[in-house]
Design a protein around this ligand. Structure first.
Ligand code: 13P
Length: 264
């Protein structure tokens, strides 16, 4: 089954849970989540928990993602971890999350270099793009998405772009930045912009096959509505992914919807 035909649900645990707590949450999720061939569940714990969780997880159920890494493969960069070091541990890495752009001043160029470093080390980037409240109010959403995408992907080949996962996360919809609920029409419009940008730069085939996730206040109540937005292939979940009831309910909803769509 191609990646495109699966629903992808990513848990971004951000800077929560020590290694023991992370392990406990995986135990609980493991009890509740069945093996779904057509739902891909990805966990993004803190850097510290990646190694122990890589030994603990049932790989038929879960894949791991890092939340960031350094764009250099090695060197005198005190405190940093490179993609080269993560190569055997993770399938994915979240790059360009708005918290990294805002709190850690990651520029478009740093995001571009991280995307290239991930691909160079055979790790699939989950590239986050999205406008702030002010940018939306000023009618700049299209330009912001364009600039974020064009720069971030500029060092990749067409084949490499096809494999990238793009997460549309409007900053104003993230629970800790305001948590306004995005309307399906707003998401659909943004996804169309993203795919048409990709189409212009890399052609129809890539635009149709690149996976696009939605992120921003996704929980067990909102997930179905978001997954029904045309062009959306999954979700990037923050706060609700720390709660095993909510997160396993999200996976169940994704599974039910996937089958409803396929059968209907
Ligand atoms: P919330 O789901 O808490 O809004 O966070 C979204 C997010 O930032 C996921 O990366």
């Amino acid at each position: 089954m191609s990646n495109m035909n699966k629903t992808m649900i990513v848990a971004n645990w951000k800077m929560h849970l020590n290694a023991h707590e992370a392990s406990l949450l995986v135990h609980r999720l493991d009890d509740r989540i069945k093996i779904h061939r057509d739902v891909e569940v990805v966990l993004a714990p803190s850097m510290l928990s990646l190694q122990p969780l890589s030994l603990q997880i049932d790989r038929r159920k879960f894949r791991l993602a890092a939340q960031t890494a350094n764009e250099h493969d090695q060197g005198a960069f005190t405190g940093e971890v490179s993609f080269t070091m993560l190569h055997d541990l993770v399938h994915y890495v979240i790059i360009g999350h708005s918290e990294r752009r805002i709190y850690f001043h990651e520029t478009f160029e740093v995001v571009r270099d991280k995307v290239a470093a991930a691909v160079r080390n055979k790790i699939t980037p989950i590239l986050c793009v999205g406008e702030t409240h002010v940018e939306r109010k000023n009618g700049e959403t299209k330009q912001v998405l364009h600039d974020q995408l064009v720069t971030a992907l500029s060092n990749l080949t067409t084949e490499e772009v096809e494999n990238v996962v793009i997460a549309y996360e409007p900053v104003w919809a993230i629970s800790t930045f305001g948590g306004e609920l995005a309307k399906p029409s707003q998401i659909s419009e943004a996804v169309d912009l993203i795919r048409s940008q990709i189409r212009e730069l890399y052609g129809e085939r890539v635009a149709a096959s690149v996976r696009v996730l939605y992120g921003g206040s996704v929980d067990d109540h909102t997930i179905s509505g978001y997954l029904e937005v045309p062009g959306i292939n999954g979700a990037l979940v923050g706060a609700a992914s720390l709660n095993y009831h909510k997160f396993s309910a999200i996976i169940d909803a994704a599974y039910r919807l996937h089958h409803k769509v396929k059968e209907g």
